[in-house]
Design a protein around this ligand. Structure first.
Ligand code: SF4
Ligand code: SF4
Length: 373
């Protein structure tokens, strides 16, 4: 790299991998970390302080389920004291009385609550947790009563895509300012469950029309963000806004990554906060510099007019489907293997016609894939 990178703006802090739910599309890695691997309170506070020094303006507190950290109020207060915007991303299940109010008191700016379905039975089946829908409704009521702005997050796949109109009604009824309808991205657990989760093309087209009409109808009432599924796209998304460009994430044990799935690229090794400062990792780490900017690109990205719009798409998807992390994202129609995406959609439709068993998914659980020694 000839010039030093610009400072990051956003940080996703995965405080824990523990979670009461077991979503089969979870973006956490297959090798989930146990509680004894998590950074302690002071290490997170040091990391947040260094992030603020580096220029980070907003931190998304995520997991797993971040409210399982008993020190969450303290972590929010630490960020708030540095003037950093905080967004809590929660499944909204099992949050003790008084805590949401305490988060608001500590300076929390925003709460993002996921619903696995718009109907109780869907929420319970996808998250594999009885009673979860009612608990989420209660969490949303408490968040609004505490004065917190609310986003409802709806991860979409074959088993709930027909509930999109109900998700819109649900978010409206809960007083949400924003609804994020995010089609599942097929990495990690979602890649493992791809055949069971991939929707049909016709359903995706219907969903896009419904969302577009709702966006027009609800202008000024509620914003609807819509994340299209890569497998049905013409061009890829700028994953994380470009590799190591303006955001990064940190795993529960302090490993600093350019994106969720970066550890699926076997040629890269990632550093932990503690032995090295955050600034050193952001600026000098070989893994962060591997796909920064455009110098690493092969054709057709290298001379493409969109190379500084989508930054070549997702490196992890290129790894998973093309077997080369430096390849053009196969979601792009200019990729020589773009047709493979359509084949994978067809294969998923055929595989999914197999009659469902008691557990149609590989649910996300610690120990399904064992941790390395
Ligand atoms: S996606 Fe589901 S299982 Fe994964 S952290 Fe969120 S709520 Fe938990
Ligand atoms: S060729 Fe590369 S830069 Fe161009 S649109 Fe496709 S992924 Fe983006």
């Amino acid at each position: 790299m000839s010039e030093p990178p610009l400072p990051p703006i956003g940080m996703l802090a995965e405080l824990t991998h523990r979670c009461p739910l077991q979503c089969p599309y979870c973006s956490n890695p297959l090798e989930l970390l146990k509680a004894n691997r998590e950074l302690d309170t002071q290490s997170w506070l040091d990391l947040f302080s260094q992030a603020a020094d580096l220029g980070v303006l907003q931190v998304h507190l995520s997991g797993g389920e971040p409210t399982l950290r008993r020190d969450l109020e303290q972590l929010i207060a630490g960020l708030s004291a540095r003037g950093v915007y905080t967004n809590l991303i929660t499944a909204g299940v099992g949050i003790a009385d008084g805590r949401i109010e305490a988060f608001a008191e500590a300076g929390l700016d925003h709460l993002q609550l996921s619903f696995q379905g718009a109907r109780p039975a869907t929420t319970e089946r996808i998250g594999n947790h009885r009673g979860s829908h009612e608990k989420k409704l209660e969490t949303s009521r408490r968040a609004r009563a505490a004065g917190l702005p609310l986003t409802i997050n709806a991860p979409i796949h074959r088993h709930n895509i027909e509930e999109v109109p109900e998700f819109i009604d649900l978010a409206l009824s809960l007083g949400a300012e924003r609804l994020e309808i995010a089609n599942v991205q097929y990495a990690g657990w979602a890649l493992t469950n791809r055949d069971q989760l991939m929707p049909e093309r016709a359903a995706v087209d219907r969903q896009a029309e419904i969302v577009e009409a709702a966006r027009e109808r609800l202008t000024g009432v509620m914003n609807i963000d819509f994340v299209t599924p890569d497998y049905f796209a013409i061009y890829p998304k700028p994953c994380m806004g470009g590799w190591a460009r303006d955001a990064f994430m940190v795993t529960p044990d302090g490993t600093v990554l350019p994106c969720h799935a970066a550890q699926t690229i076997p040629s890269l090794s990632f550093e932990r906060f503690g032995p090295r400062s955050l600034a050193a990792i952001w600026t000098d780490s070989p893994a962060f510099n591997a796909f920064r900017g455009t110098d690493w690109m092969q054709e057709p990205c290298r001379n493409c007019e969109r190379r500084e719009i989508d930054w070549g798409g997702c490196r992890c998807q290129a790894m998973a489907i093309a077997g080369d992390a430096a390849a053009t994202d196969p979601a792009c129609e200019k990729s020589p293997i773009h047709a493979r995406m359509a084949m994978l959609i067809d294969e998923a439709q055929r595989a999914a016609t197999v009659p469902s068993k008691d557990e149609p998914f590989v649910y996300r659980r610690i120990g399904v894939v064992t941790e390395p020694a």
